[in-house]
Design a binder for this molecule. Structure first.
Ligand SMILES: O=P(O)(O)OC[C@@]1(O)O[C@H](CO)[C@@H](O)[C@@H]1O
Length: 402
C-alpha cells in the first residue's frame, strides 16, 4: 500500500479558520473555566494571567533547564519552535503545548499542594454524575434481550457517538451539543467486525478520548468484546495527565468503573465484568507519555509501535486522535484512509465525530452532498461521524484489490 504524499500541515494562523478560533477563543475560555472550577491562590492566578497573555499574543517559550519534561519536549520540537508565535507553528503542536503550560500554571507538576490536582476534575465529575449518564446506562437494560449482533452494533455506535461528550468542544459551541446527523459519512464497520470474530484470541487496543460519557460506552464495548470472546485481552490507552479538558486519565477510568458497578440493572453487570477483567489482567490501562505529545502517530516511539503492532486491532477514538492518526494536514477528502495510515504498525480503526477540518477516505459523492448541504460546516460541527478501518496496516494480510 503506497503512503500518501503529504499535504500541507494545518497551522492556526489563518484568521477566521477553525484552528485560529481554538487558539484565539477556546484557549482563553478554558483558562476562564479553570479559574471558576477551583479556587487557585494569587500565585497561580498570576501564572494563569501570564499564560493568557502568552497564548494569545506571545511566543512559544522554552522550559527551565530543571523542568521534569524538558528533554521530552526538546525531542518533540520545543527548541525548534521556541520564539515563534503560537499561531505560526503546527496547530496540533500549539494545542498540546497549551495544555502542558496550563498544567504548569496551576501547579499540577508540583511540588506543592496543587500537585496532581486535575484542573478539569470538577467539570469531568459533574458530567459523570449527570442524569443523562443515568439515562444512557438505563438504556442498557432493553438491549439485553436483543440478539448479540444487534447488541454489538449498538455498543459500537454508542462508543462512536459518545465522542460528542467533549467538554472542550462544548465550551466553543456555547454549551449545547447540536443534534446528530443520521448516517455515517464513512462506515467500515463490517471490516471492523471481520477483525473481531467470535472466539478471537487476540488483543484489542483502544486509544481512548474523553472521560465520562464517552469513556463509559468505550468500556461497555470492551466488556462486550471480552464477554463474547471476540478478544482475549484489552488494553485501554488513556492520557497520563489532564489534556484537552475532558480527555480520560487513569483516575477517570477508575471513576467510570465505580460509576458502572454502582449503577442499577444491566450496567452493573458490565461494571463487574470490567472489574474482574481488570483484577485478573485481561483489561489493562496504559498512560504512555506520547499520548499527551504534540506529534502525529506516524512519529510514535518504538515501544508504543511494538505494542500496537501486537494488537489484533487498535481502535482510535475521537477527533484529536484522528488528527494524530492521519497527520493534521489539509488532505483532499478522497485521499484513501489506507494510504494515509499505511505507516501504522497493525490493523487500525478510527471512530470519530467530525470536529475539525481534517478528513480523508471520503467518497467523492458523499463530500459533494455534504458541501451542497452545509458548505464546509460539516467538517467541524460535531454532527457527523465516521468509522474507517485499515485492516492491512502493518503488513497484516493482502491489501484491498491485491
Ligand atoms: O478529540 P475530541 O475530544 O473528539 O475533540 C477534540 C476537539 O474538540 O478539540 C480539538 C480542538 O481543540 C479538535 O480536535 C476537536 O474540536
Amino acid at each position: 500500500m503506497p503512503d500518501a504524499a503529504p499535504a500541507p500541515v494545518i497551522l492556526g494562523n489563518e484568521t477566521g479558520s477553525f484552528p485560529y478560533s481554538v487558539l484565539a477563543e477556546r484557549h482563553p475560555a478554558i483558562i476562564r473555566q479553570v479559574r471558576e472550577s477551583l479556587p487557585y491562590g494569587p500565585h497561580r492566578q498570576r501564572a494563569l494571567d501570564a499564560l493568557l497573555t502568552s497564548c494569545t499574543k506571545g511566543v512559544i517559550e522554552s522550559f527551565p533547564s530543571d523542568a521534569h519534561d524538558r528533554d521530552r519536549w526538546a525531542a518533540w520540537g520545543l527548541d525548534r519552535y521556541a520564539g515563534q508565535s503560537w499561531f505560526d507553528v503546527p496547530w496540533l503542536w500549539s494545542e498540546s503545548y497549551f495544555y502542558r503550560q496550563l498544567l504548569e500554571a496551576v501547579g499540577y507538576f508540583g511540588p506543592g499542594p496543587e500537585q496532581a490536582i486535575d484542573p478539569f476534575g470538577p467539570v469531568k465529575l459533574a458530567e459523570l454524575d449527570a442524569p443523562e449518564t443515568d439515562e444512557e446506562l438505563a438504556a442498557l437494560d432493553s438491549l439485553e434481550s436483543r440478539p448479540a449482533d444487534e447488541r454489538a452494533q449498538a455498543l459500537l455506535h454508542g462508543s462512536l457517538w459518545g465522542n460528542r461528550a467533549d467538554l472542550g468542544f462544548r465550551l466553543s459551541a456555547g454549551g449545547d451539543t447540536p443534534a446528530a446527523a443520521p448516517g455515517l459519512v464513512a462506515d467500515d464497520s463490517e471490516t471492523l467486525w471481520s477483525l473481531l470474530p467470535p472466539s478471537g484470541t487476540g488483543t484489542l487496543c483502544l486509544i481512548a478520548d474523553n472521560a465520562g460519557r464517552e469513556l463509559i460506552p468505550d468500556l461497555l464495548l470492551i466488556a462486550h468484546l471480552l464477554a463474547e470472546g471476540r478478544v482475549e485481552r484489552a488494553v485501554l490507552h488513556v492520557k497520563p495527565d489532564p489534556y484537552y479538558v475532558s480527555d480520560a486519565t487513569p483516575a477517570d477510568v477508575l471513576d467510570a468503573l465505580r460509576r458502572l458497578t454502582a449503577a442499577p440493572g444491566a450496567a452493573a453487570a458490565y461494571g463487574r465484568c470490567l472489574w474482574s477483567a481488570t483484577t485478573d489482567g485481561r483489561l489493562t490501562v496504559r498512560a504512555h507519555p506520547f499520548s499527551c505529545g504534540p506529534l502525529p502517530y506516524a512519529e510514535m516511539p518504538d515501544d508504543l509501535r511494538a505494542e500496537l503492532a501486537a494488537a489484533t486491532v487498535t481502535v482510535v477514538k475521537g477527533d484529536l486522535n484522528y488528527r494524530r492518526l492521519v497527520g493534521d494536514r489539509h488532505w483532499p477528502p478522497p485521499t484513501p484512509f489506507a494510504d494515509v495510515t499505511a505507516y501504522f504498525p497493525g490493523p487500525v480503526a478510527a471512530l470519530r465525530t467530525l470536529k475539525s477540518d481534517v478528513i480523508c477516505g471520503l467518497d467523492i459523492d458523499t463530500e459533494a452532498a455534504l458541501v451542497a448541504e452545509e458548505g464546509q460546516g460539516w467538517r467541524t460541527g460535531g454532527t457527523h461521524a465516521l468509522i474507517q478501518v485499515n485492516a492491512w496496516a502493518g503488513g497484516g494480510g493482502r491489501g484491498p484489490g491485491a
